[in-house]
Design a protein around this ligand. Structure first.
Ligand SMILES: *[C@@H]1O[C@H](CO)[C@@H](O)[C@H](O)[C@H]1NC(C)=O
Ligand SMILES: *[C@@H]1O[C@H](CO)[C@@H](O)[C@H](O)[C@H]1NC(C)=O
Ligand SMILES: *[C@@H]1O[C@H](CO)[C@@H](O)[C@H](O)[C@H]1NC(C)=O
Ligand SMILES: *[C@@H]1O[C@H](CO)[C@@H](O)[C@H](O)[C@H]1NC(C)=O
Ligand SMILES: *[C@@H]1O[C@H](CO)[C@@H](O)[C@H](O)[C@H]1NC(C)=O
Ligand SMILES: *[C@@H]1O[C@H](CO)[C@@H](O)[C@H](O)[C@H]1NC(C)=O
Ligand SMILES: *[C@@H]1O[C@H](CO)[C@@H](O)[C@H](O)[C@H]1NC(C)=O
Length: 802
């Protein structure tokens, strides 16, 4: 018995370790540095074409033709070109090489970086053109800026071969507060202060909330300063790009970053050079003046192997009003502003236009849209003063979230009054696997808010082994119930209620398990994009409950708890009878029993439902993949806050502990009594008690295995579990049948000799299965089963029939 108990506990514990690999996991991180080579809107769709199948250039949509001369997205659509071979770590995607930041060109063969250099005594690592490099020499330990680089230099490509510009040094004693003080008193060299700020923020993960606010204010002042130079602007933009990577989020920085975005807008509009572009890893700022007869302007950020922005992937077309039909997800973000006729009919004017592309929405923190931590959205800002009646179209590439697929999206713009996203004036145009398109009638900061749905991995339909096991169990249980009812009058004892209840609960549970454990309304990974442009409340979409699966889960919980409860009651009953040496149970036992047997599971189920179930989020109570209690958190770890633990395992554990206590009491009581006095009644009671207890353990093990079976992914493990489950399930039905039906005197008396042989073949089978995991106890089991043939041991209601 002990071994059985230990095994039951072990099974419970191994379940609670949570190292079972359940595969469905909520998307918690969007790794923007991972190559976004696939955009699986539908998981089953083939995402990347094999390189040997060139695209047939039949339908180049008319919208692309006017734009192709200036946008240099290398879309080679000739049937005769050999397949591209991307080098230097480039990834081929729909006949386009997606290059790492440091390489460019059609096959990623051209270097786009400054090689590591020692300049003015500072050593700089390899750096992409346009970005800033920080010296490997750092401030020493006695200074306030310990560990920060002592100098920075920007990689420039003015001469045709990329080279570092002259380094700017940091005074290692300087802090951001000092710089802020110096700037506001307009003392000191603005350029020096700008570069010092840039270096002080070069390790964004180390910045405190206070540092971030100060740095944002400094960058703001720099960008608004009257005598700003290009170098100062680049240093300020680099600082902002670094701040977008800062890990700390606080409410105190809110106003500072808010006004920073507004300053950036003004800055991008007021550049007086014809074209100016500053691209840093997290921020791209484009200023442009377009002639008045231009029909529209198009700004594009092409996809790179990393999510970072690189100057040669930012493209501008100053005379087009159409979005490119994006092929194969080569475009991350594109925005087109179509000028209204009134604007370009005015002669001799130029339009100032500014674009700002943010890597993430860190500066645009929404209250209406809850984002899971680690996810981010790109924000594009288009500015052209207060012109109304604008036509702005945008294209965003959908983010790839591991183990989740796009459900819906909304086109939004930032409302500075609300300090939140708003769908006002924006609408969805259309969407494809590679692009989500939006239209807005104003210019400001735009984004696409996407909601994702977890990809659930549904268990396969129940295996024939499982069905076989359950069916045999059902037959055994049905026979037992029928037999108990048929012989009720001749036996006249109340334990009929107990046994029939155990059997009923288990029978209903097994039937429900076979027929209903699969979710009838499976959530498939297909996007369900709505026409309406409605702000999603969160980036993880949860389906409202559709009923049947929760109902099945409730019934399964109720009847399995019921089985254990009745089993415990049965053990208690037998124990009380032995202890009190009663031939029959106490008179009021039945009423209590029925109340507890049917009531206790109901109370537990009601509590579980009340605490964890919400119509909006049924997955707090049940699982999605099959209709049973929720057990694992989105990451696949066992969660003690979920109902599987406290709504099932805890009550069952209590009952098993109770049974064990009763067992110990039973052993003690039996030992105390004179062994010579062991009457047949005591022997039979003992057997009865042991069988009841073993049944409880078999039940527990069996259904814990059944649960493991549903969630296991490993094939070998699955086969082992499946066979064990079948053996145990079959055993429980058979066991009940044999223990409580097949061996009774009445049953045997009424059976023909033919049926008797069936019964006696059933017993060795039962013994064999049992000895599989009872090991050393085998002899005892055998002696126990030998008793089966002994007519002096009618295990059920021996008192009355004898
Ligand atoms: C996605 O699911 C797989 C198993 O299917 C798992 O190995 C992986 O860790 C999951 N990824 C995330 C980000 O949760
Ligand atoms: C950041 O703030 C801390 C205090 O919050 C300050 O001690 C530290 O000097 C600041 N760092 C910089 C670079 O200014
Ligand atoms: C900048 O501020 C620091 C401390 O506030 C001060 O010591 C220093 O002289 C200032 N620098 C200039 C150039 O004014
Ligand atoms: C910067 O502008 C201020 C006035 O706003 C002026 O006093 C100062 O001389 C200017 N500095 C440079 C370097 O142009
Ligand atoms: C800027 O544009 C003006 C007219 O639009 C032109 O005269 C000037 O040459 C341009 N400057 C540059 C640097 O392209
Ligand atoms: C822009 O295109 C329109 C027609 O598409 C043409 O009339 C206009 O001259 C072009 N403007 C420029 C500056 O090329
Ligand atoms: C934009 O469209 C909304 C309706 O969607 C309209 O109420 C608003 O006036 C429009 N704004 C402009 C600037 O045209």
């Amino acid at each position: 018995m002990k071994e059985l108990w230990i095994m039951a506990v072990f099974a419970t514990v191994s379940l609670s370790q949570g190292n079972l690999t359940i595969s469905s996991v909520i998307p918690t991180t969007i790794d923007i540095t991972t190559p976004t080579t696939t955009a699986p809107l539908t998981p089953e769709s083939p995402t990347t074409d094999a390189p040997l199948t060139p695209e047939i250039p039949t339908t180049t949509s008319p919208t692309t033709s006017p734009t192709t001369p200036t946008i240099t997205s290398p879309t080679t659509t000739s049937t005769t070109t050999p397949p591209l071979v991307c080098i230097n770590g480039g990834k081929l995607q729909s006949q386009v090489c997606i290059c790492p930041d440091e390489w460019t060109g059609e096959t990623c063969s051209e270097g786009n970086f400054c090689n590591s250099t020692i300049k003015d005594g500072f050593s700089f690592p390899r750096t992409t053109v346009g970005w800033s490099a920080y010296s490997l020499n750092v401030c020493d330990e006695k200074t306030t800026s310990v560990g920060l680089p002592r100098a920075s230099a920007r990689c420039l490509n003015d001469t045709g071969s990329p080279m570092f510009g002259s380094p700017h040094k940091l005074q290692c004693e300087l802090t951001l507060r000092d710089i802020q003080g110096n700037i506001s008193s307009s003392s000191g060299d603005l350029l020096q202060l700008a570069f010092s700020t840039q270096i002080l923020t070069s390790r964004p993960e180390q910045l405190s909330a206070d540092n971030i606010t100060t740095a944002a204010q400094i960058a703001n002042t720099l960008l608004l300063s009257a005598n700003i130079t290009e170098d100062i602007a680049v240093a300020a933009i680099t600082t902002i790009s670094q701040l977008l990577n800062a890990s700390k989020q606080s409410t105190q920085e809110r106003d500072a970053v808010q006004s920073l975005t507004e300053t950036l807008e003004k800055f991008s509009l007021n550049q007086h050079s014809n074209v100016s572009l500053v691209v840093q890893p997290n921020l791209a700022v484009q200023s442009v003046q377009v002639p008045s007869d231009s029909v529209g302007i198009q700004f594009t950020a092409l996809t790179g192997e990393s999510g970072n922005f690189v100057a040669n992937r930012i493209h501008l077309n100053t005379n087009t009003s159409e979005l490119i039909a994006d092929k194969g997800g080569a475009t991350d973000v594109q925005i087109v502003i179509k000028f209204p006729p009134v604007l370009y009919s005015k002669t001799q004017t130029t339009n100032h236009i500014g674009f700002i592309l943010y890597q993430n929405d860190r500066f645009f923190r929404s209250r209406a849209f809850r984002a899971s931590s680690g996810t981010s959205r790109r924000v594009i800002s288009a500015n052209l003063g207060q012109v109304s009646g604008l036509h702005v179209e945008m294209l965003f590439k959908p983010t790839v979230v591991p183990n989740a697929s796009l459900y819906d999206f909304a086109c939004v713009s930032w409302n500075y009054t609300l300090k939140d996203w708003s769908t006002f004036g924006c609408s969805k145009v259309n969407h494809s696997e590679d692009s989500l398109r939006c239209f807005c009638n104003h210019t400001t900061n735009f984004a696409v808010l996407m909601s994702f749905r977890r990809d659930f991995k549904y268990a396969e339909a129940l295996n024939w082994i499982t069905i076989l096991g359950c069916s045999m169990s059902i037959i055994g249980l049905s026979l037992t119930i029928t037999f108990q009812f048929a012989t009720r009058k001749s036996r006249k004892t109340n334990p009929t209620v107990l046994l029939v209840s155990v059997c009923m609960c288990l029978l209903i549970f097994t039937l429900l398990f076979m027929l209903g454990v699969d979710n009838p309304h499976k959530q498939l990974g297909k996007p369900e994009i709505q026409e309406d442009n409605i702000l999603p409340p969160s980036d993880t979409h949860t389906e409202r409950d559709r009923g049947p699966c929760t109902a099945v889960a409730v019934l399964l919980q109720y009847f399995l708890l019921g089985t254990f409860t009745w089993n415990t009651l049965y053990a208690t009953h037998v124990f009380l009878m032995i202890r009190n040496s009663l031939a029959t149970s106490p008179s009021n036992f039945t009423a209590y029993t029925v109340a507890i047997g049917w009531g206790l599971p109901a109370v537990v189920v009601a509590l579980t439902l009340g605490i964890s179930y919400r119509v909006d989020d049924p997955l707090g109570y049940r699982q999605e993949e099959f209709c049973w209690l929720a057990a694992l958190d989105p990451k696949g770890n066992f969660d003690f806050k979920l109902p599987m633990f406290w709504g099932f395992l805890i009550p069952v554990a209590f009952m098993l502990i109770f049974n064990t206590v009763v067992l110990v009491c039973f052993v003690v009581t039996t030992c105390k009594t004179n062994p010579h006095l062991t009457s047949t009644r005591h022997t039979s009671m003992k057997k009865k008690f042991l069988s009841s207890f073993s049944l409880a353990v078999v039940l527990g093990l069996s259904w814990i295995l059944g649960y493991l079976l549903l969630i296991t992914q490993n094939e070998t493990m699955y086969t082992i579990l499946n066979i064990s489950f079948c053996v145990l399930t079959t055993t429980q039905g058979l066991q009940i049948f044999i223990l409580f039906t097949a061996r009774t005197a009445i049953f045997k008396k009424n059976m023909l000799s033919a049926l008797k042989s069936v019964s006696s073949t059933g017993i060795p089978l039962h013994t064999k299965k049992f000895s599989l995991w009872r090991g050393k106890r085998r002899e005892k089991v055998e002696s126990y089963t030998q008793l089966d043939t002994d007519l002096s041991f009618p295990p059920w209601s021996s008192q009355t029939s004898n």
